[in-house]
Design a protein around this ligand. Structure first.
Ligand code: BGC
Length: 441
């Protein structure tokens, strides 16, 4: 049997990623709580205590992360806690975040902090959210106050999580609040989110010139269903340009190109110090006259795909390599800010993890400037419109009792983090079904 140790560079960051609304619990003053109350979550699930981080269970979860060899953690701060109302700032909330960040540093975990991860205060939603340009100024004020309070502990900042996903799911597919279905609203949101990012980028650098500031882009692979079909190729390219490229390219050259519209946002030029990449999966795209609202594209997983239990994610590790190659094109250091899968039974996750880390290693070996990898997620947490129906944690969580149970993937990921490597021994122990593919004789 082939024996090999695939090493990562010294100082590589290994961690998990979380988001405030998904883990803190009892965020009663944001758009997601209101969305939940109006019955929009699967099975009428409630976020409830989530992982009870606001009640203090972050301590035991950070212990888990540190004990399993992780040296970094990406979390987000909840705007609705820090600024519950336009003229009200909660210093205690900021103090609590300071305590959490100290908790990370004391355990040897480098923090990365996201300032907006899908949730915002109700008063912001009432003003029209990202449809109203006034949000840019409000977001800027929130960023200033937060960064001033937390700068001592944070070097890595993520302004906004997945603005592309947020714009599409809030304003086109209606899966996120406010549940609109309008391409014009998506375009407006993208414009405003870019301006919010730019304002945040400038403020962070004004306060902390040496900080590393970026955002977490979701890159989804879109492959033409029939590569010989020009229409399928057109559909895949159009979808990819709009979803994957429009925002990050605007942050390079200050030009937003979205479905044939071109707009100059000059101040956006050069506003990233690193390229944050979230990658989960890849799908096929076929041209369809029946789907004008979806850019004449029908999207589906390949019929041979290896699917996660609910069919939400296809295990497409080569898609991860392509995503990293795409990220490399921006000529910035790359940080994998999310990657992972739902899988309550942990039958699928080990091979997903093995194959994705294997592709990451390939990319690192081309000397692409990849600085770290954050797995989504540490424990199961509240999965937005999918509530508790999907489980992304390395640790299983029972939200009613708050009991945590380690899944085998937690040990597998711990071995990777501790050895700063993926070894044939680990793969034969945790994901033997892909051993021959990863380590051919
Ligand atoms: C989001 C996370 C989410 C994950 C899995 C990502 O798009 O940033 O908040 O939990 O997907 O659904």
């Amino acid at each position: 049997m082939a024996q090999a140790i695939l090493n990562f560079p010294r100082g590589f960051l290994w961690g998990t990623a979380t988001a405030s609304h998904q883990v803190e619990g009892n965020n009663l003053n944001n758009n997601w709580y209101a969305w939940e109350k109006s019955g929009h979550i699967i099975n009428r699930n409630a976020c409830g205590m989530a992982c009870d981080w606001w009640g203090g269970r972050w301590k035991e979860d950070f212990d888990r992360a540190a004990e399993s060899g992780q040296n970094a953690h990406r979390l987000s701060v909840e705007w609705s806690r820090i600024q519950p109302d336009l003229n009200r700032w909660d210093e205690e909330a900021l103090d609590y975040y300071r305590e959490m960040l100290r908790g990370l540093l004391e355990r040897g975990l480098t923090p990365m902090v996201t300032l907006h991860h899908f949730s915002e205060p109700l008063w912001i939603s009432e003003l029209g959210g990202w449809q109203n340009e006034a949000i840019v100024e409000h977001f800027a004020a929130f960023v200033r106050r937060t960064v001033e309070a937390l700068q001592e502990y944070v070097h890595w900042w993520c302004t906004i999580n997945e603005p592309n996903v947020y714009a599409v799911q809030a304003y086109l597919t209606a899966e996120f609040p406010p549940g609109k279905k309008s391409l014009a609203a998506v375009y407006k949101a993208i414009n405003t989110l870019i301006k919010g990012h730019v304002a945040a980028y400038q403020i962070i650098h004004e306060i902390q010139p040496e900080a590393k500031v970026g955002l977490a882009h979701q890159y989804r692979g879109f492959a033409p269903a029939k590569p010989i079909s020009p229409l399928d190729r057109w559909a895949a390219k159009t979808t990819s340009n709009a979803f994957n490229d429009a925002i990050p390219r605007a942050l390079v050259d200050g030009k937003l190109r979205f479905l044939g519209i071109r707009k100059r946002i000059s101040e956006a030029k050069g506003t990233q110090d690193f390229l944050g990449l979230n990658y989960y999966t890849r799908e096929n795209v076929a041209f369809s006259l029946l789907a004008p609202g979806e850019l004449f594209s029908k999207r589906f997983f390949s019929p041979e795909a290896d699917l996660s239990p609910s069919g939400f994610i296809a295990n497409e590790p080569e898609g991860f390599f392509q995503a990293l190659k795409w990220a490399k094109g921006f000529k910035l250091p790359i940080m994998v800010t999310e990657n992972g899968t739902e899988d309550a039974e942990d039958h699928f996750r080990p091979r997903y993890l093995a194959e994705h880390i294997h592709q990451l290693w390939h990319a690192v070996n081309f000397n692409w400037k990849i600085q770290g990898y954050f797995h989504w997620s540490l424990t199961d947490n509240f999965e937005w419109e999918r509530g508790w129906a999907q489980r992304f944690g390395l640790w299983e969580l029972n939200p009613a009792t708050q009991e945590r149970l380690k899944r085998p993937s937690a040990d597998f990921f711990a071995a990777i983090c501790q050895q700063n490597a993926l070894s044939s021994e680990m793969v034969s122990e945790y994901a033997p079904e892909v051993f021959a593919r990863l380590f051919p004789d």
